[in-house]
Design a protein around this ligand. Structure first.
Ligand SMILES: *Cc1c(COP(=O)(O)O)cnc(C)c1O
Length: 381
């Protein structure tokens, strides 16, 4: 049982209930019996440990080739628990394009606890190196950024980090372990919003952390247990179930995305496409070298003068909603929806124009998706 797809379906069996059930039970128990006062029990209280959550945590640790996995009540809670391993006065380098919720957590919460941050273009290792100070403890970035799909090399970044003995932390939500395993490329911590591809059905909010070594694992476990933002047994089961079909879903996301990119390239209404699978860019070169696929998110700009609101409201099968990575296709306008928290100046600086559309490609028939996009584009003319 060593191949990746097999691991998705079969985690470590938990035949402790003698029923022969093929799936791990949902252990809805907040507390556990002590056989005696002095007994050394594996589980005593759910926040500290739960067998359903434990199954998921062990499975993601294996998928990412890490030392230990942790499941949280959201991706944001996972990011908080990781960044809370640092102390006041520590300095962290961050990618300049990061998820809006992470941006808010850093700027409006973690800075209040005297953590210091410098944002850099993580595509440029020299820029990372130049930002390193004596109190720098980590570099944090997203492998594929949102919404413009800029790709950072985990290898090049972690090489710089190792030279200065700082941690490399990767939010790999857009890729999932099926398309990239950052710990194998040199990272120390990988984070997922499991709300997205890992669970894959828009029915749960969850976060995952996997760490490479025991020392970091201890610090993350302390935060998980002490802060207490753990994933419930029911939700752990939903993520576990989603993971079983990760590879078949991702394969369809990839083939659909490729066909939709080809369609978009054929339309005069599309001014620019952001997708790492299009050859000729730095993003393509890095993604080709360090991933097993270019993902299921496509961003694109409509030509000047076309009504982007009318376009995203005009698709019927593709639903207008934030979030991504699920079986159903979702479309949105970043400047009004996912990235509305950025000021107009910040949006402009980040390349988020009013013409920019983000599409999370689902697993429907690609021709139906293309027909839907085509009809909405036709109505703009
Ligand atoms: C959604 C998302 C998050 C936050 O995860 P939640 O589960 O919504 O808390 C973090 N990073 C990225 C890249 C995301 O897409």
């Amino acid at each position: 049982m060593t191949e990746f797809n097999t691991k998705l379906v079969h985690g470590k069996p938990q035949n402790d209930n003698n029923t022969g059930a093929v799936n791990v039970p949902i252990y809805n128990s907040s507390t556990y019996i002590y056989p005696s006062v002095d007994a050394k029990v594996k589980y005593d209280y759910e926040r500290s440990g739960n067998p359903t959550r434990g199954y998921l945590e062990q499975q993601v640790a294996e998928l990412e080739n890490g030392y230990q996995g942790f499941a949280f009540s959201s991706g944001s809670a996972a990011i908080h628990a990781v960044l809370a391993i640092f102390k006041p006065g520590d300095h962290i380098i961050i990618g300049k394009e990061i998820y809006g919720g992470t941006f808010r957590l850093i700027n409006e919460f973690l800075k209040r606890w005297q953590l210091e941050f410098t944002a850099v273009d993580t595509q440029n290792p020299q820029e990372i190196e130049a930002a390193i100070q004596s109190n720098t403890k980590a570099i944090y970035f997203e492998s594929f950024t949102n919404p413009l799909l800029h790709v950072t090399s985990v290898k090049a970044t972690s090489e710089v980090a190792k030279k200065y003995n700082i941690l490399t932390i990767v939010d790999d939500t857009f890729l999932s372990p099926y398309l990239q395993r950052p710990l194998n490329l040199g990272a120390d911590i990988v984070i997922h919003s499991a709300t997205k591809y890992l669970s894959g059905h828009s029915d749960v909010i969850a976060g995952i952390v996997v760490v490479k070594n025991k020392e970091v694992a201890k610090r993350v476990y302390f935060n998980q247990n002490a802060i207490g933002s753990t994933l419930s047994p029911e939700d752990s089961n939903l993520v576990r179930r989603g993971i079983q079909t990760l590879s078949v879903r991702m394969d369809r996301h990839l083939t659909n995305a490729k066909k939709i990119v080809e369609f978009l390239q054929s339309r005069k209404e599309i001014a620019k496409i952001y997708y790492p699978g299009i050859p000729g860019s730095k993003d393509y070169e890095i993604a080709k070298a360090e991933t097993d696929g270019f993902g299921g998110i496509i961003s694109f700009e409509l030509s000047e003068g076309l009504d982007s609101t009318k376009f995203v409201e005009g698709t019927k099968l593709i639903q207008l909603a934030v979030s991504l990575g699920a079986v159903e296709s979702l479309i949105e306008l970043p400047y009004k929806m996912t990235h509305a928290e950025l000021s107009p100046e910040e949006q402009l600086k980040a390349g988020i124009t009013h013409q920019l559309v983000r599409l999370s490609v689902g697993i429907e028939d690609s021709q139906d998706l293309i027909n839907d996009l085509a009809t909405s584009l036709d109505h703009l003319n």
